[in-house]
Design a protein around this ligand. Structure first.
Ligand code: HEM
Ligand SMILES: CC(C)=CCC/C(C)=C/CC/C(C)=C/COP(=O)(O)OP(=O)(O)O
Length: 400
C-alpha cells in the first residue's frame, strides 16, 4: 500500500516514541505496553491524539518527581494483552456493545454553566495580571516621543490585552496537573473542571487570533510580531522551563518586559532606547515581585530581588540621560524606590513569610505608581521648527 510522506513521518515519530518508551521509561512499562497495543491494533493510525496525551503525561511524571503525578491506568478487560518477549499477541474479541460501553466510560459529560462563563474567562485570562500588563504597555505607549493618538492607543491596548489573555489561558491548559497540587492555583477553572481543555484552548484562540491580527494590521507589523513572540515565549519556553530550571525566571522576566516595549513600538513603529528602558523597568521590577513568593528558593531569590531593585533605581536615573523623562523623575521616584528597596533588604535579611508578603504587595502598587511618575515627568517634545516662547523655554530649562 502506498504510504504518504506524512504517514512515514508519523511512523518515524511513532517508532522513536516506542523506542523511547521501551528503552528509557522502564517504570512506565505497563503504559508503554498499552501504547504499543494501540499501534498494533491500528497501525495506520500511529501517532494519535492518545499518544500525544501520553507524552504530555510523561512530561508531567518525568519532569517533576516532587509532584508525584502519575498516569493512572484503567484496567479494562476489553484491552488486548501484549507479550513483548516472544512478540505474540493475545486478542480478546470485543463486541460492538462492549466497545461502545468502553468508549462511554472514557468520556465524562461536562455541563458548562453559562452564568459562570464571565468569571471562568476572567480566571483563564488571569485578569488582574492582564490588567497590569496592559497598564505597563499603556505606559510604554504614553512615554513615546510622538503625538498621542487616542485611537491607536485604544487598539494597541486591546490587542496587547487579548494577546495576554491567550498566553495565560494556554499556560493554564498546560499546567493543570501542577495547578491541582497547589492551594494557590487549585481553584482554577480547568482544575475544577468548569470548562473543558478544548473550551479553554478555543477561548485562547478566539482572543489570540484577533489580538495579533489587530496589532499587526491596525498598529504595525513589529508590534504584532512581538505579541506573537511573547505568546510563544510564555507558553512554549517559560512554562515548560518552570519544571526544569530556576533559569525560567530570566525568561519569564523577558515575557513581562516585552509589553511596555510593545507599547512604545505601537506608538513609534520602532524599537528605540526608550522601549528598552521601559522594558528594563519591568524586567527589574519582576524579581522582587515574584521572588518573595518563591518560598523554597528564598535564600538565592531574596538576594536577586534586592539586587534588581538597585537596578531599578539605576534605570530611573538613566531615564533623563536618555531624554525619556526630566531629572525630576529620579528625584520624585526615589521615596517609593527606597521603600521597596528597604522591604527587599528586610526580606533578604529575615526571609520570613511576613516580610515576603509585604514585599509582594508593595510590588503591586509600586509598579503602577512608578510608571505614573515617569509619565508625569515625561520629557516634553520640542518641535524644532517652532521657537519656544521665552517663559516656556525658561520653564523647560528649569524642569530639565
Ligand atoms: C517571571 C515573572 C512573574 C512571576 C513568576 C510572577 C508570579 C506571580 C505569582 C506567583 C503571583 C501570585 C501571588 C499570590 O497569589 O499570592 C503573582 C501575582 C500577580 N502578578 Fe505576577 N509574576 C510575574 C510577572 C508579572 C508581571 C509581568 C505582571 C504584570 C505586569 C504581574 C502581575 C501580577 C499581579 C497583578 C498579581 C496579583 C494577581 C492576583 O492577586 O490575582 N506579574 N505573580
Ligand atoms: C502581550 C503578551 C503576550 C503578554 C503576556 C504577558 C504575561 C502573560 C506576563 C506574565 C509573566 C509571568 C512570567 C507570569 C508568571 O506566570 P506563572 O505561570 O509562573 O504564574 P502561575 O504560577 O500563577 O501560573
Amino acid at each position: 500500500m502506498y504510504k504518504t510522506p506524512c504517514c512515514r513521518l508519523s511512523g518515524l515519530v511513532g517508532l522513536s516514541v516506542k523506542r523511547k518508551l521501551v528503552l528509557n521509561v522502564p517504570q512506565c512499562n505497563q503504559t508503554a505496553r498499552n501504547l504499543i497495543q494501540l499501534h498494533r491494533r491500528d497501525p495506520s493510525n500511529w501517532l494519535t491524539y492518545q499518544h500525544l496525551i501520553f507524552l504530555k503525561r510523561q512530561y508531567v511524571t518525568k519532569n517533576n518527581s516532587e509532584l508525584h503525578q502519575r498516569a493512572i491506568l484503567k484496567h479494562t478487560p476489553a484491552l488486548t494483552l501484549v507479550d513483548e518477549q516472544d512478540d505474540t499477541i493475545e486478542r480478546q474479541v470485543e463486541t460492538d456493545q462492549a466497545k461502545e460501553a468502553r468508549l462511554d466510560r472514557q468520556w465524562r459529560q461536562m455541563k458548562v454553566n453559562v452564568a459562570d462563563l464571565p468569571d471562568v474567562y476572567a480566571k483563564l485570562a488571569k485578569i488582574k495580571l492582564t490588567a497590569l500588563v496592559v497598564t505597563s504597555a499603556a505606559a510604554g505607549f504614553a512615554m513615546a516621543p510622538v503625538p498621542f493618538d487616542p485611537l491607536l492607543f485604544f487598539v494597541s491596548s486591546l490587542g496587547i490585552g487579548l494577546a495576554s489573555c491567550t498566553a495565560n489561558s494556554i499556560n493554564q491548559y498546560f499546567e493543570v496537573p501542577f495547578d491541582s497540587n497547589m492551594n494557590r492555583t487549585k481553584n482554577r477553572p480547568l482544575v475544577r473542571g468548569q470548562v473543558s481543555p478544548l473550551h479553554a484552548v478555543s477561548f485562547a484562540l478566539a482572543c489570540g487570533i484577533p489580538g495579533v491580527a489587530l496589532l499587526t494590521l491596525a498598529v504595525n507589523p513589529l508590534t504584532g510580531f512581538l505579541g506573537a513572540l511573547n505568546i510563544f515565549l510564555y507558553t512554549c519556553c517559560y512554562t515548560p522551563l518552570k519544571r526544569l530550571s530556576i533559569s525560567n525566571t530570566w525568561v519569564g522576566a523577558v515575557v513581562g518586559a516585552l509589553p511596555p516595549a510593545m507599547g512604545w513600538t505601537a506608538a513609534t513603529g520602532c524599537l528605540g532606547q526608550g522601549a528598552l528602558l521601559m522594558g528594563g523597568f519591568l524586567y527589574c521590577w519582576q524579581f522582587p515581585h515574584f521572588n518573595a513568593l518563591s518560598w523554597n528558593l528564598r535564600e538565592d531569590y531574596s538576594r536577586g530581588g534586592y539586587r534588581m531593585i538597585l537596578g531599578l533605581i539605576g534605570l530611573s536615573t538613566l531615564a533623563p540621560v536618555l531624554d525619556v523623562t526630566t531629572w525630576t523623575f529620579p528625584v520624585i521616584s526615589l521615596p517609593i524606590n527606597l521603600y521597596i528597596s528597604y522591604l527587599a533588604f528586610r526580606f533578604y535579611r529575615k526571609g520570613d513569610r511576613s516580610s515576603a508578603r509585604k514585599l509582594f504587595f508593595c510590588s503591586l502598587w509600586h509598579l503602577p505608581m512608578l510608571l505614573l511618575l515617569a509619565f508625569t515627568c515625561k520629557k516634553p517634545r520640542r518641535d524644532p521648527e517652532e521657537p519656544a516662547p521665552p517663559a516656556a523655554s525658561l520653564a523647560l530649562a528649569l524642569q530639565s
